[in-house]
Design a protein around this ligand. Structure first.
Ligand code: PHE
Length: 371
């Protein structure tokens, strides 16, 4: 293509004409200025300054001109290409700055924007409360025992000295499974775990059993047809009521703090003899019976200084015998408390139903303790 071409009439080579070169230069510069972004500018560069652009083609023709015309055309085209290159460079610089600024804006992360919250679940206070209670006993060397919630009538009643016609059976209004004569109940207390433990293990036995129990109670602020109990059972040689008292005092103090101990009131359970109701020093007035803000009676214990906590007693020898334990050699104590009630006391929960209704605002207040 290049190399002297003596046949050429420079006047005929239109790309080299001054007005053509000027037009190509103007068109190029106009296109450069019109380019709105770096991609468009790249296209403009290809089209107006690339190998196949009018100015590049003209440049290639210079060599074919006679020396005189060559110089003139060379200057013209060189200036045009220089001007276009400069326009391209300037536009490039402007567009690069614009691009950077746009990226800074577009890619900004607003760290103050609220994120989508992923609610963290919390373990239910009854679960954590049951574990807390179990831990108090495990720390004393006791074990945790479990039993089924759908229980044999015999283990729920008969083995515990509540015969078929025993009046105490009506103390516990029972859910029976159909047909009733197959003798399967929803356990009315955790005491059948006592019987199960004694039937399957040999003393010494120290077990604590937290679990769900069922009675045909109305559902209100202090009752629920489903609730939770914790049963304790100790069977060993020489066990007496004194051990029971010491154990429950420790349990109460561990649960409610220093100074909160227990007292026993005589009571009756068919499976313990003697039996007692356990009361707790009122954790609000700490036994004074008086409201903190003056001489009024404490509202929590109604001025008593004590609140009812559960039942207990020395295991009736008839229960030991029914469960295959040598009642001449061994004796034991047992107790049963409501876990829900214990938690209500401990956390100032006024309505039992809050523990059962699954409102996360209530449960998360106990902390998002996920372990
Ligand atoms: N099982 C009894 C109840 O549910 C409580 C209890 C347990 C009493 C152990 C004495 C001994 O009322």
């Amino acid at each position: 293509m290049s190399g002297p071409n003596t046949d050429y009439d420079p006047v005929e080579v239109t790309p080299l004409q001054a007005d053509e070169v000027a037009a190509a230069r103007e068109a190029g510069i106009a296109a450069v200025l019109a380019a709105r972004d770096l991609d468009e500018l790249k296209q403009v560069r290809l089209e107006h300054a690339g190998d196949r652009s009018a100015l590049a083609l003209a440049n290639r023709e210079i060599g074919a001109l006679p020396p005189q015309a060559r110089k003139e055309a060379g200057q013209r085209i060189g200036q045009a290409r220089g001007a276009l290159a400069q326009a391209l460079a300037e536009r490039q610089a402007v567009l690069e700055v614009e691009h950077e600024e746009r990226m800074l804006v577009e890619e900004t992360v607003d760290v103050t924007l609220p994120t989508d919250r992923v609610p963290v679940g919390a373990r239910h206070p009854i679960t954590t409360g049951s574990e807390l209670i179990a831990d108090i006993f495990v720390a004393m060397g006791w074990e945790v025992a479990e039993g089924p919630v759908i229980e044999a009538e015999w283990l729920n009643f008969d083995a515990l000295n509540l015969g078929p016609d025993h009046p105490a059976r009506t103390m516990q209004d029972t859910f029976w499974t159909d047909p009733q004569d197959q003798g399967i109940v929803l356990r009315t207390h955790t005491s059948p775990v006592q019987a199960r433990t004694m039937l399957t293990r040999t003393p010494p036995i120290y077990v604590v059993c937290p679990g769900r129990v069922f009675r045909t109670d109305e559902y209100d602020a202090t009752h629920s047809p489903v609730f939770h109990q914790v049963e304790g059972l100790a069977i060993d040689e020489g066990i007496s009521m004194a051990h029971l008292k010491g154990t429950l005092d420790h349990f109460a103090t561990a649960m409610f703090g220093e100074g909160i101990t227990t007292r026993f009131r005589p009571s009756y359970f068919p499976f313990t003899e003697p039996s007692a109701e356990v009361d707790l020093v009122c954790f609000v007035c700490r036994g004074s019976g008086l409201a903190v803000d003056g001489g009024q009676p404490c509202r929590t214990c109604r001025g008593e200084g004590w609140i009812e906590w559960g039942g207990c007693g020395v295991v009736n020898p008839r229960v030991l015998q029914a469960c295959g334990v040598d009642s001449e050699r061994y004796s034991g104590f047992a107790f049963g408390m409501g876990i829900d009630r214990t938690l209500m006391f401990r956390h100032g929960i006024e309505d039992l139903r809050a523990l059962f209704e699954g409102d996360v605002r209530f449960t998360t207040a106990f902390g998002s303790d996920i372990s």
